[in-house]
Design a protein around this ligand. Structure first.
Ligand code: HEM
Length: 174
């Protein structure tokens, strides 16, 4: 087991997480209309490539899609707090389908923290569009900002900082 990606079971695990996520998308009232109905398999591939690459797997996202630039790639979608919350909800549901044997808690927590961090970074619209308000939270404001990450769980070598970091500069710059 040389890195995080392999330690959590490699492609099989990321495939399962992403598949469980996308299973819920078509019927979702907020996310369903945003995703390409005719290319959900493609969307599934793209998210899996990204996550696998981030956690130290094959650099497939970069090879097939280029630099992640997730803020830029999400700029065409209106993402407010309700959209973020729904994305995280579906992802939380997906992770629950993966057994603790396949994905032990410390790895699960690290994956979740990364998802939350990126989701917060991707908010690009004021809240209210979907009728849900979350007092005390502000667009772009990470709730965890990397706290709780330990050197063991951060795959330093494989991070692509401009798309995944939550530092203030990169919020506005990427
Ligand atoms: C905050 C709520 C989010 C919304 C509403 C959202 C929505 C979308 C949509 C509609 C797409 C287009 C699907 C496609 O054709 O590939 C997409 C693509 C993608 N999303 Fe998100 N997303 C969110 C959060 C995230 C997070 C947290 C991550 C990473 C952890 C992520 C990673 C990606 C990636 C890698 C792609 C494919 C980009 C590409 O190759 O063009 N997204 N997202």
């Amino acid at each position: 087991m040389s890195n995080f990606y392999e330690a959590v079971g490699g492609e099989q695990t990321f495939r399962a997480i992403v598949h469980e996520f996308y299973k819920q998308v078509p019927d979702d009232d907020i996310l369903g209309p945003m995703y390409p109905a005719e290319d959900l398999d493609g969307a599934e591939d793209r998210l899996r490539w990204f996550l696998a690459q981030y956690w130290g797997g094959p650099q497939e996202f970069n090879e097939k899609r280029g630099h992640p630039r997730l803020r830029m790639r999400h700029a065409q979608f209106t993402i407010d707090e309700a959209g973020r919350d729904r994305w995280l909800q579906l992802m939380s549901n997906a992770l629950e389908k993966i057994s603790p044997e396949q994905l032990p808690n410390e790895y699960r927590a690290a994956i979740w923290e990364h998802m939350e961090r990126v989701a917060n970074m991707l908010i690009n619209a004021p809240s209210g569009g979907h009728g849900e308000m979350h007092p005390g939270m502000h667009p772009g404001m990470g709730t965890s900002s990397g706290q709780g990450m330990t050197p063991e769980t951060i795959p330093h070598d494989t991070q692509h900082s401009s798309s995944t970091s939550s530092t203030p500069n990169e919020h506005s710059g990427s």
